[in-house]
Design a protein around this ligand. Sequence first.
Ligand SMILES: [Zn+2]
Length: 370
Amino acid sequence: MNYTVKCSSCDSVASDLLDFRCRVCSHPLNLQLDIDFKTAEIRNKDYSMWRYARFFPYLKEDERITLGEGWTPQAKLSDDVYLKLESLNPTGSFKDRGSAVLISALHELIKKEKGRISEDSSGNAGASMAAYAARAGLEAEIYVPETVSGPKFNQIQFYGAKVVKVSGSRQKVAEEAQKAERGKFYVGHILHPLFRDGIRSLAYEIAEQFEWNPPERVYLPVSAGTLVLGLIGGFEHMAESNVITGMPRIVACQTEQVSPLYHRFKNLPYKPPKRVISVADALVSVNPPLLDIMVAGLRRVKGDALMVREEEILKAWQELGKKGFFVEPSSAVAYAAYKQHVVDEEIRRKEKTCIIMTGMGLKSTLKPTR
Ligand SMILES: [Zn+2]
């Protein structure tokens, strides 16, 4: 085998691709690859994330479920700054990379059991998973917080999924989705290692679009951690395979309200608010189950974490609009953090920077202030 699914804590090996936590100690699972990244093995004529299919060895080509995800544009914002437009994926967010991989890997196994999938999400992952389930001909149940944005709720329903609104914390939503029922297969994007693994493709794309000389800095919003962990995994894979020299500085950007990673990374105490009311409605994980893994990963690659205030997010969001980029407010968190680093003179001139625009503007009903 050229990959292993292993427990992040006790190293037990999971033998079933459907597993989403360790059967011995219940900690999260990680996927480890035992193949090198080789640029010669990229399918150059495939303009989607499947140009890197060779590096997802657990997927069978004839079982692939795709909506054309990946190979998103990288738009120049200013001299050294580029926006990676993940908002242009098929369902309007980066989550499609994870859903495509996860559903491709599992749909036949679930169909064999006449099962349906269950997922919990603040909105974007739910919409994405619903779309790929529809493409695969699978029934989907998506559990969302009561506060889910209207457009995201509509989008999930549009794909034919059953949407269940759950009141209470984000944790409560996850518990409902995980409740065991006959024929229900929990494929929650936060816990399932294959979802996170699909995000590796984003790191490959950034490196390739920078002609294998990746940017010095990558800014991205962080909530539950699938994006940051997928990116770290992809960049580490390329560095270990000697395809790139050196890692970009990965900067995890969070809101003042939802900043458990920032606080833990800086060794500061964090007290989450009773209710999250940020305009960044995709960033709601105040107690993410992957927090320890995120902190370890970010330290390993010498990354950084940053926190921005609500007014900074709104300002950054509207500034992006004035430059022609319509993204959801949660994406503007990364741009706001980048701007903070410029003001603090943390960024030296001539540092190539990539800021990840995670979701599209049509997913929010928020109006600009003027
Ligand atoms: Zn374990």
